[in-house]
Design a protein around this ligand. Structure first.
Ligand SMILES: C[S@@+](CC[C@H](N)C(=O)[O-])C[C@H]1O[C@@H](n2cnc3c(N)ncnc32)[C@H](O)[C@@H]1O
Length: 495
């Protein structure tokens, strides 16, 4: 039996099972990847036929061994030392100094690299910590590194790497923290190796036994380049679990491409050059912190500079030796948002564009610019900023919705339709997106499809208080939209 003989219903059933047990999302357009992964898993299980392997997996709840093998064949194991250097730079210049200062009394730090793959990430963290804490030996530091892929964990524990793992690493890293093995590989130095403990952990499990002792007490969690592969419900669940695992002032680090205002709404957001980090509780605004003026280099410079820096008497000295800014810088985004709320769209745009010379716009700034420009009727520019917003925060359904609204104004209904579908995929309860799809179908004479979309919108509206103002609606209440849809359904569909 060949791979292509798997029926759509089997692939769909298996996709559901994988989403529930591993978190991974395999929509129809990724079924080729799913087939390839299954072929590899069947081979590893020693089952000659993929059909038989699939039937076996669907016959009873998956065991941990099955999950591990499946995960190894279905996940992307891409990782390397000092990946996303701007994130690590934010860690080295801001997060670690602040955590070290806050934990000086107890001298205890707990760090978790979730989905650590073959170990490059937790060892990078251990190296940064080693650089940041001259008296590390006097601290009780735990770096727990977990993954669902047992093979990757074994490689991580061995700590032996080839050149490819250093493709973005700072100069001098190999020389300072690795020993060359006779076969030419780089083996992590024992004093860094002993800082990291590896364990199996499936992020979508309800409980995290590997972390039981540190539950609710993690100071820093790295969970990068894994959420992007999960289904939206699993992403939400995992983010909630990660939040619960954090200490009150703990930090969560995801990849810049996974950052999302919508998904991390319960966290406080802290912006750094090229990195958006999340915090369980809001902290002192960054601009008021003594090290707010820290120069933005990159991790390469950081390691090079610190190699030459004189020893520091106290860990906190790194932060306090930096120059204080004369006064906190103005906050153009807050100002622009207030101008936008007053309907002063031209001033909103001017304020934000003027600030761009000083800082890269984050998703929020892009969204305000896109909305203000759309309200000014500058649709081409609005489209550009909306696309930047989506590039910075792919998971925010509001960005895809605005994208659709602008495209509709630009008479591009097909593109608008797929943006609306994306918005609903990310947020199935997005009433206005269902409504807009209904309007689109209706305008093209597809009355059955229109009725279906309107029925979805009405179902969602029924579950809401009548006075609730709908998101992305500029003040439209649930009652008003219900009435509008009812009158549209009563009227004949335009031909
Ligand atoms: C692309 S790697 C990311 C490695 C590292 N965090 C980085 O950013 O370089 C994704 C990792 O997620 C792991 N993974 C996938 N699903 C998982 C799950 N449900 N629980 C834990 N780890 C998972 C994979 O095994 C893989 O090692």
């Amino acid at each position: 039996m060949t791979e292509s003989e798997l029926r759509p219903d089997q692939l769909s059933q298996l996709g559901g099972l994988i989403a529930r047990t591993i978190g991974l999302h395999f929509p129809r357009e990724h079924w080729d990847d799913l087939r390839r992964g299954l072929a590899g898993a069947a081979h590893e299980f020693g089952i000659g036929s993929i059909q038989a392997c699939v039937a076996w997996m669907l016959s009873s709840p998956l065991t941990q061994a099955q999950i591990q093998v499946l995960a190894a064949h279905l996940t992307i194991g891409e990782t390397y030392f000092f990946r996303e250097p701007q994130t690590l730079n934010a860690l080295a210049t801001h997060v670690l100094p602040e955590l070290i200062r806050a934990r000086q009394g107890e001298r205890r730090l707990r760090i978790w690299s979730a989905a650590c793959c073959s170990g490059e990430e937790p060892y990078s963290l251990a190296i940064l910590l080693h650089e940041a804490l001259p008296d590390l030996d006097r601290w009780n530091v735990t770096i727990t590194a977990t993954d669902i892929n047992a093979r990757a964990l074994r490689k991580a524990a061995e700590g032996s790497y080839g050149e490819w793992s250093f493709r973005d690493a700072p100069a001098g890293l190999k020389e300072r923290y690795f020993n060359r093995s006779p076969n030419g590989r780089y083996v992590i130095a024992p004093h860094i190796r002993k800082l990291v403990t590896f364990a199996y952990l499936n992020l979508v499990d309800d409980a995290y036994p590997a972390l039981a002792a540190d539950a609710g007490a993690m100071d820093l969690i790295f969970c990068r380049n894994v959420l992007m592969y999960f289904t939206p419900p699993q992403v939400g669940k995992v983010i909630g679990n990660l939040r619960r695992t954090l200490a009150q002032d703990g930090w969560l680090v995801v990849s810049p491409s996974e950052a999302s205002h919508a998904l991390f709404a319960e966290f406080a957001t802290e912006n750094f050059p090229g990195a958006i980090l999340y915090r369980k509780s809001p902290s002192t605004p960054l601009a008021q912190r003594p090290w707010a003026a820290a120069p933005a280099g990159n991790a390469t410079e950081l390691i090079a500079c610190e190699a030459e820096a004189p020893p520091l008497p106290e860990p906190t000295a790194r932060a306090t030796t930096l120059t204080l800014p004369p006064e906190p810088p103005p906050a153009p985004l807050a100002l622009a948002e207030s101008l936008y709320r007053q309907g002063r769209y031209a001033d909103t745009v001017e304020t934000l564009l003027a600030s761009l010379a000083r800082q890269t716009p984050g998703p929020q700034a892009c969204s305000v610019l896109a909305r203000a420009l759309a309200n000014l009727g500058q649709l081409g520019n609005a489209l550009t900023w909306c696309e930047r917003w989506i590039a910075a925060d792919k998971m925010d359904s509001a960005g895809h919705y605005l994208h659709a609204v602008i495209l509709l104004e630009l008479a591009q209904p097909e593109r608008a339709r797929s943006c609306l579908e994306r918005a609903i995929y990310l947020d199935p309860d997005f009433v206005l997106a269902h409504f807009a799809l209904g309007n689109l179908a209706r305008s093209r004479g597809k009355s059955a499809a229109a009725d279906k979309h309107f029925a979805n919108a009405l179902d969602l509206l029924r579950a809401r208080p009548a006075d609730e103002l709908l998101r992305e609606s500029d003040g439209l209440s649930a009652r008003r939209l219900t009435e509008t849809i009812a009158s549209m359904l009563a009227a004949p569909t335009p031909s």
